[in-house]
Design a protein around this ligand. Structure first.
Ligand SMILES: [Ca+2]
Length: 99
């Protein structure tokens, strides 16, 4: 039981540490991005599963530039166009025209 608790705390702390690290990477690549919080890569603030953009980023070893021309969430708009327009490249319901 004690080991289980330790593993849980470890996983939790890894998540907390990962958040600012990758978000910093995103902000460094896209300093003008209007959407630059956890929901860029995660489903939402309480569900930290990767969204489509986060999953693409992981598959491409966190290379932001490599997936710019992809349409990770399948909404018909490329990731870079969404980032520049202020919509979310990992959320199909978020497109440039409704932001
Ligand atoms: Ca989108």
């Amino acid at each position: 039981m004690k080991n289980l608790l330790l593993i849980f705390i470890l996983i939790l702390s890894m998540g907390v540490e990962a958040k600012p690290k990758f978000l910093k990477g995103f902000s460094a690549n896209y300093p003008g991005a209007k959407v630059n919080d956890c929901v860029i890569c995660h489903v939402n603030e309480s569900n930290f599963m990767m969204n489509a953009y986060g999953a693409s980023l992981m598959v491409n070893k966190m290379d932001f530039k490599a997936i710019e021309e992809e349409d990770s969430d399948g909404d018909g708009v490329s990731n870079i166009a969404e980032i520049n327009a202020g919509s979310n490249p990992g959320d199909k319901s978020s497109v440039p025209s409704n932001e």
